[in-house]
Write a protein that binds this ligand. Structure first.
Ligand SMILES: [Zn+2]
Length: 146
């Protein structure tokens, strides 16, 4: 119930579409590799920190001396959630499972689990990362059960 002391407001029921242009020049290699089915990220050549998602600069020592390394695609399920009431941007999707998987290299990856039955998922399960292309040709990645 709205408080009577609140100032009057005007609510618009029009939808607002936002388009973001995010510069990815320093991390575009990730998307190029993903399109070829490879899962890569950045590793600091100075302190050895492996980051995911890829970073243009090391978040550990702030150095800019990063190199690309190929990650494996094997992961272990850490946790997940079943999204049944989807946000507006995913309204065309069926309910989906979002998970955090840990790769052997120690990095955590957030992605949907494709074709998962949330009632049967258990932390510790083996997952694998696979690349996909959306209808516009952009690469993305998902987990599948290994
Ligand atoms: Zn570093």
């Amino acid at each position: 119930m709205a408080a009577r002391d609140e100032p009057p407001t005007l609510h618009s029921k029009r939808s607002l579409n936002l388009r973001f242009n995010i510069p990815i020049s320093k991390t575009s290699r990730f998307w190029d590799s993903l399109a070829q089915g490879k899962f890569v990220t950045t590793k600091c050549a100075d302190c050895g920190k492996v980051s995911f998602p890829p970073q243009a600069d090391c978040p550990n020592c702030m150095g800019g001396n990063v190199e690309w390394v190929e990650l494996g695609t094997d992961a272990e399920l850490l946790t997940f959630t079943f999204v049944q009431i989807t946000p507006t941007s995913f309204v065309d999707h069926d309910p989906y499972v979002v998970a955090i998987g840990r790769l052997k290299e120690g990095v955590n990856v957030l992605a949907w689990i494709e074709g998962a039955d949330p009632a049967k998922l258990k932390p510790g399960e083996k997952l694998r990362i696979e690349s996909r292309k959306d209808p516009k040709g952009s690469a993305y990645y998902v987990f599948v059960k290994a």
